[in-house]
Design a protein around this ligand. Structure first.
Ligand SMILES: C[S@@+](CC[C@H](N)C(=O)[O-])C[C@H]1O[C@@H](n2cnc3c(N)ncnc32)[C@H](O)[C@@H]1O
Length: 312
């Protein structure tokens, strides 16, 4: 991408300090595989992007998340399905919205990564950490709103004996998972199911000792998550991990966070989720184990933040 010498690099030490975690030795190698070098923006570049953001924030054509977007998801995953059929590699499963712009956010600043893969690799690192920490002793792993299933493959590498299930309202997702299940990329059982957050299907029951996660999927439902959380509480998975935008962790008085809040409002992204989980905890319905802000994201959005909880 850009040939200019990087002015900085996100190091393991910086990640560990910012996230308040320790990456175990198996993750050292991952860190070496990922190129997290970047250039800082000068004042003119920053001003350019702030003006760009400002224009988008008042652009009436920006699409809101919600029920009307099913066809768009079918279309997007259809492109991945076609790519995967002609070239059955992990790369073909990566959603095309990753690395869309050459600017990302890291620790409340904008940076220009040396590699387009920065955003995706940061997500991969976050998932590897959370899957290793929480899903190693789980027997069945479920991703709700799983799209192409690329995250499930990662979960399956961390826990190779777990059964893998990918659920999504888009039927193309199930077609990708069906194709994937017959490929050499998976060693464990993997199955796809149609599932709509707005109308949970209680005929789909979770296995004993299951782990559930979402990654940038509840983002799409605005404040319509109660039916899904009720479904989870009734099905009693051992653990739930939500890697999503969390407006509650943003500070309205911070310039970078204020952009996130305005954009999330404009797009109808996830709202009040953490507050809702805390309310359930205060009623002894669930137990929250961890809430973690990760300070990663794109021009407009800081995501994911992470909450780990269990039904009681
Ligand atoms: C941003 S994508 C994330 C996909 C996947 N989790 C990933 O990380 O690549 C959002 C996903 O949520 C799914 N989705 C949106 N609304 C949904 C709903 N009401 N029920 C189930 N899935 C939904 C979309 O089809 C899409 O697969």
């Amino acid at each position: 991408m850009n040939q200019i010498k990087p002015s900085g690099i996100v190091t393991q030490k910086e990640i560990e300090e910012l996230w308040g975690i320790t990456l175990d030795s198996s993750m050292d190698k991952k860190m070496r595989d990922y190129d997290f070098s970047y250039q800082s923006l000068n004042e003119d570049e920053k001003e350019y992007w702030l003006q760009f953001i400002e224009r988008e924030l008042v652009n009436p054509r920006v699409v809101k998340a919600g029920e009307h977007r099913l066809d768009e998801w079918e279309g997007g995953w259809g492109e991945n399905l076609k790519a995967f059929i002609s070239n059955p590699t992990f790369q073909s499963l990566i959603p095309r919205y990753y690395g869309k712009r050459d600017i990302v956010r890291w620790n409340r600043t904008f940076i220009k990564p040396s590699q387009r893969g920065f955003e995706y690799n940061m997500h991969a690192l976050i998932q590897e950490y959370f899957f290793r920490t929480y899903l190693q002793d789980i027997d069945s792993i479920y991703e709700f709103g799983c799209g192409t299933g690329h995250n499930l493959l990662r979960a399956g590498r961390v826990n190779q004996r777990a059964l893998l299930y990918g659920l999504d309202w888009a039927e193309t997702s199930q077609r990708i998972i069906e194709t994937l299940s017959q490929s050499s990329l998976v060693n464990s059982e993997i199955k796809g199911f149609k599932f709509d957050f707005f109308k949970p299907d209680y005929l789909i029951k979770l296995n004993e000792n299951s782990g559930v996660y979402t990654s940038g999927a509840l983002e799409q439902v605005h404040d319509q998550y109660e039916a899904f959380i009720e479904y989870l509480i009734k099905n009693k998975p051992s653990l739930c991990i939500n890697m999503e935008i969390m407006r509650e962790l943003m500070d309205q008085d911070n310039e970078m966070d204020a952009i996130v809040l305005r954009y999330a409002e404009k797009r109808n992204y996830l709202k009040g989720f953490l507050t809702y989980l805390k309310k359930l905890e205060s009623k002894n319905i669930i137990k929250i184990h961890l809430i973690k802000r990760l300070y990663v994201g794109t021009l407009f959005i800081e995501s994911p933040s992470c909450v780990v909880w269990s039904p009681l």
